[in-house]
Every structure is written in C-alpha cells, then in structure tokens.
Write a protein that binds this ligand. Structure first.
Ligand SMILES: NC(=O)c1ccc[n+]([C@@H]2O[C@H](COP(=O)([O-])OP(=O)(O)OC[C@H]3O[C@@H](n4cnc5c(N)ncnc54)[C@H](OP(=O)(O)O)[C@@H]3O)[C@@H](O)[C@H]2O)c1
Length: 424
C-alpha cells in the first residue's frame, strides 16, 4: 500500500487542471464509481497509475472486463479501470480470488445466451456496459455498517448468475452474496467453480430420477461430455451416491491420450468410459448389455450436453420410463428423437438450466453448494483441471482477452481460470 503522503503529492500534481481528481471524488455520491477515463479526460496521467491504491477517502481502484455490444470476446471485451467507493449500509467490497471461464460466459458475450446482464453506466463508462463472467470466488475487503452476516476476510460467491465476476474488485449488496461458511481447507479454485457445474450435476442427478436406494450400486446413469466440469462432477457425485456411470468422451489425437483420459475419469470414479466413436458404433449395444448384466442393472438417467447423434445414442440405452436431461449443446446439433422411444419406452425428455433453478431455489442452491464443499474438504470431490490465466494489476487487456477467446476453442487441457494475484 502506498503512503498517504505519496498519494497526496501525486494527486496534487494534477490539481491545476479541471479541478483534479480529488475534488471530483469529493463531489461524488458515496457509491459512485470513478473511471480512469475521466482522469485521462483532464490530461492527468497519475504517476503511480501502474499501482493499485486505496485513497484517503476509501476509494479502491478496480479493473473489469466489460462489453457494451455483443460479439467475439476478443472484439468486444475491454479492460476498464475505475474506482469503487467505501461500502455503505449493506454494501460489501470484494476482491477477486478466482473466476472460471465457462462456455456460457462466452455465449453471453456473443449475445447467443438467453440470459443477458443489463448494460449500465454504473462503472462510469460513457456507453452502457456489462461486466463479463457469472461465477467466481471473492474475498471480502470491507463492509458497510449495516452488513450483518459477512465480515472482512470472508470468502463469498455470487447468489445469482449475471452479477459480473471478471473483475479485480466489486461492490455488491450483502443480499447478492453467499458466504462460504468454513473456508478452511478450501482453495480459490474449488470455491470459484462450485456454484455452476457441480450444482448442475447434483440437481440433475437428484431431481430427475427416483433412484431406488435399495438397489444402490445396481443402477446407472449415462452421460456425454463426461470430461467437462459438469461431467466430472456427475461422475464423483454418482460414485458417492452408489450410482454407476457410463461416460462418453471425445477421442484424443492418439489412442494413448484417449486411454489416459479414460483412466483419469475412472480414477475419479467412472464405472466405464467410452469414446463418441464407440458410442455410435454397432458394438455399443452389446457393450451396454454386458455392462448392465443383460439389462438387470437399468440405465435410468441420461445427461446430455452435446446433442445430435450423441444424444440419440444415449436415449437408446435408457430403461423404460427414464429421463434424458439436456443441459448443453456443445455440438450445436439439435436433439433428434426416434418416435419409438417416446411411444414404447415412455421416455421423458427434460431440460435443466441452473440459473433459473437457482433463482427459484436460493436456499437449496446454498445447501447444494455446502454439500459439495463438504465433499471437497473430505477429499471426495476433486478439482477440475484448469489452465490458469494469471491476472495481475498490470496485466494487459490483450493478454486477458486472448485467454478468454481460447475458452471455446479446440481440445483444452483444462477449463480457463482467471486467478487474481493481488498486490495489496
Ligand atoms: N444448463 C445449465 O444449467 C448448465 C450449467 C453448466 C454448464 N452447462 C453447459 O454444459 C456444457 C459443459 O459445460 P462445462 O462448463 O462443464 O464445460 P467445460 O468444463 O468448459 O468443458 C467443455 C466440454 O465440452 C466438450 N466439448 C466441446 N465441444 C464439443 C463438441 N463439439 N462435441 C462434444 N463435446 C464438446 C469438451 O470436450 P473435451 O473434453 O473433449 O474437450 C469439454 O469436455 C456446456 O454446454 C455448458 O454451457 C449448462
């Protein structure tokens, strides 16, 4: 942290023009964000601009990845610098620990996702904008006098999606946050990725199938996209709940790499892992027959995040009266269903969207998060593999944007994760 004297003299050097930043700050309402661009507007280049600081008036410098129109992240995202006032009332000031780059985040920026945060000028931008990102873990750095349940040093996650998590600092109302009750033994990665993918897997397994608990270990679920964050969560939760899993992954470049991936998922608790080519082959029916002890162990739930032929093939394995739940469309192909599966097997086809579900069930969402974190602490829920993108105060916008753009491209060794390395 920079000393007050230094800060004052640095700011004082700018005072001659247009009143200088301090006089501007004094005139602002307490919660108003002050942008770096305004300061540039008075041709005042702060000598300590490259460092973060908290002013004598309690303003915290912050940076956010924002967008004011839809398109590819590399074309529309901007790194925006602004200031956040000291928190008042029930406000809480936060510093980012880590935020994942989920496929839905990119779809949202592209404008092809059904929920879109409103474009606003609350960060002091001339053009209304939204902060990207839906999931993340933050540390509380200060609280308003009416905050009751959260204190400095606590870790929190967002209560809802669309609150904007790709930012170094944020100011939110206490009511928008879920406090992590016991952060001991947890890492920023684990907390930052708990509220979307694991919750999605958890709810889909629990809420769409009446599992026969008397037959623990004798019932199956099948899923594609098994190497995804949701897929890996489903494997581990199913293992804990005595449900066998048949998992479909995409082939890797070499048979060795494919076998390594299969082994990785088996190590997590997958009962069986097949490739998409194996799923679509004529042999697959026989393999299912064998795995399920000639059908005596029914496949009662299918989780689909791919669509197209893959989804159809999953549906064909299901026992009568089972559910196929679609929660993603990574192949961008529609789900095609043979009529016979509806008529003769009475299969049910559902969709699940964790954002909507969480809005309707806030307490259940919190409970679900706590359950998963409990398993994590106990070593029963492993971290997803990630490609960390370090965000330092001086990180260039271009560097961050390139990392975000990569999120939906090709085969990756892990999910993109923004990891903020605070200097204060
Ligand atoms: N509905 C909901 O509430 C909800 C919640 C969370 C996630 N989702 C959706 O679930 C899906 C997975 O999300 P995530 O965050 O878990 O993913 P992730 O960890 O970022 O991984 C993406 C996964 O998608 C797979 N993939 C990419 N392109 C594919 C294609 N053309 N065909 C088949 N698989 C493909 C990748 O396979 P490889 O491993 O082979 O690279 C990878 O496993 C996304 O569609 C996401 O939008 C939905």
């Amino acid at each position: 942290m920079i000393s007050t004297g230094l800060r004052r003299s640095a700011l004082g050097a700018c005072r001659g023009r247009a009143g200088g930043p301090i006089s501007r700050l004094r005139n602002l309402a307490p919660s108003t964000a002050v942008t770096q661009h305004e300061w540039r507007g008075v041709s005042c280049r702060h000598p300590l601009e490259s460092r973060r600081w908290i002013s004598v008036y309690g303003y915290t410098q912050a940076k956010a990845l924002i967008y004011s129109r839809y398109g590819e992240p590399k074309d529309v995202l901007q790194l925006h610098k602004h200031s956040i006032s000291a928190p008042h009332g029930t406000q809480v000031n936060l510093r980012l620990l880590a935020a994942p780059l989920n496929p839905a985040d990119v779809n949202q920026i592209q404008g092809v996702y059904p929920s879109r945060p409103p474009f606003e000028t609350s960060l002091g931008t001339q053009t209304p904008c939204a902060v990207a990102g839906n999931e993340g873990a933050f540390e509380v750095i200060s609280t308003g006098s009416n905050v009751t349940n959260i204190k400095k040093g606590d870790w929190v996650v967002m209560k809802q999606t669309g609150q904007g998590t790709w930012r170094t600092h944020a100011q939110m109302d206490e009511s928008q946050l879920i406090k992590i009750e016991d952060k001991e033994g947890l890492t920023p990665l684990q907390v930052s990725t708990v509220s979307v993918n694991p919750v999605t897997a958890y709810r889909m397994i629990k809420d769409f199938c009446d599992w026969d608990w008397m037959r623990t270990g004798e019932e199956w679920l099948i899923q594609n996209g098994a190497n995804s964050g949701v897929g890996r969560a489903a494997i581990q939760l199913a293992r804990e709940w005595g449900i066998k899993t048949l998992n479909v992954v995409r082939e890797r470049k070499t048979p060795e790499e494919t076998e390594n991936l299969k082994q990785e998922l088996r190590d997590l608790g997958a009962t069986a892992v097949v490739t998409e080519a194996e799923l679509l082959s004529g042999e697959f029916k026989n393999l299912v027959h064998e795995l399920t002890r000639k059908g005596r162990e029914p496949i009662r739930l299918a989780l689909n995040c791919v669509g197209g032929k893959s989804a159809t093939a999953l549906a064909k394995t299901l026992a009568p009266g089972s559910h196929l739940v679609t929660y993603g469309a990574m192949s961008k192909q529609p789900v095609a269903l043979p009529s016979g599966l509806l008529i003769f097997k009475n299969l049910a086809f559902n969709g699940f969207w964790v954002s909507k579900w969480g809005d309707k069930n806030p307490q259940l969402k919190e409970n679900t998060i706590n359950d998963v974190l409990q398993l994590t602490r106990a070593g029963k829920f492993k971290d997803i593999p990630v490609e960390e993108l370090k965000w330092r105060w001086n990180s260039e916008g271009a560097e961050l944007l390139a990392g975000v753009q990569e999120t939906l491209s090709g085969f990756r060794s892990g999910k993109g994760l923004l990891r903020y390395e605070a200097e204060d």
